[in-house]
Design a protein around this ligand. Structure first.
Ligand code: SF4
Ligand code: SF4
Length: 256
């Protein structure tokens, strides 16, 4: 029997018998400690992102970030309109349709804008999910539990930002199986997926993949902390968010 399993059974036996526990074991049993939490993991009350579109605005630049994100999360490349996207690019009018006017600066009309799930403060996708497969964490990241997703796609209909993709076909058939990231699960046919603000990276004490790759054009941090990097840039520069009139309160800001 493996040592860890033997230790667990010993611990379980002691607990079940209601016998005296050591202070450490007592803390575990009472829920005051958790054995698998990485001490380095990054925490926030409300994670948010600020994208400087003066520095990051070409198709090539955004594709580089999308490739890195998609490779890390084993997102398949499907050469049809059923492609899966976590991070993609769009024009100003597609990104901010209600904030467009007739005579915009040409330079702005030519820019491409990186889009992703906004990790909204009031996410309609979470409200409509019948199985709670999509849920909001305490740090306001909107996450997915693929095992609970029944593929009803209510979340896709509810998201006003087109941030979710449905696996119409088996994504594993469109992945380079020799080049998988073994640290992130692959998905199956019939589930919905989207950007997760790289929760698995935060848990390891690292920033999201696109933030690291952006060479300073994307800033990430705690919106509730006045000293965080996001608050610092928000204080300095004019920013807009997507579809603010809907009241979802996106957690992604754009410096224009
Ligand atoms: S952008 Fe869409 S998928 Fe993301 S949290 Fe908001 S409503 Fe949900
Ligand atoms: S935060 Fe992570 S999952 Fe979301 S787009 Fe960036 S790299 Fe991809």
């Amino acid at each position: 029997m493996k040592q860890s399993r033997r230790n667990f059974l010993k611990f379980a036996g002691i607990s079940a018998a209601g016998l005296c526990l050591t202070p450490a074991a007592g803390a575990l049993a009472s829920g005051k400690a958790h054995p698998i939490v990485n001490k380095a993991h990054l925490k926030a009350k409300r994670w948010a992102m600020v994208i400087d579109t003066r520095k990051l605005n070409t198709k090539e630049q955004i594709e580089k970030l999308a490739d890195a994100c998609h490779h890390w999360h084993n997102v398949p490349k499907i050469p049809t309109n059923q492609d899966i996207k976590w991070l993609w690019d769009a024009s100003y009018s597609e990104s901010f349709p209600e904030q467009e006017n007739n005579h915009m600066a040409e330079e702005l009309e030519e820019r491409r804008f990186p889009l992703l799930c906004n990790h909204c403060e009031h996410p309609p996708c979470v409200r409509v999910c019948p199985t709670k497969a999509t849920f909001q964490r305490a740090d306001h990241i909107v996450a997915m539990d693929y095992h609970r997703c029944i593929g009803c796609r209510y979340c896709m209909a509810a998201c006003p930002f087109g941030a979710r993709s449905f696996n119409f076909m088996d994504p594993r058939l469109h992945l380079d199986m020799d080049n998988l990231n073994m640290k992130f699960p692959t998905r199956m046919r019939g589930v919905v997926e989207k950007c997760n603000f790289c929760v698995e990276k935060l848990a390891e004490g690292e920033l999201p993949v696109c933030v690291t790759k952006s060479e300073g054009a994307i800033v990430f941090g705690d919106l509730t902390d006045p000293n965080s990097p996001v608050r610092e840039v928000l204080r300095k520069d004019f920013t807009i968010r997507r579809k603010p009139e809907l009241g979802t309160e996106p957690g992604v800001y754009y410096i224009i």
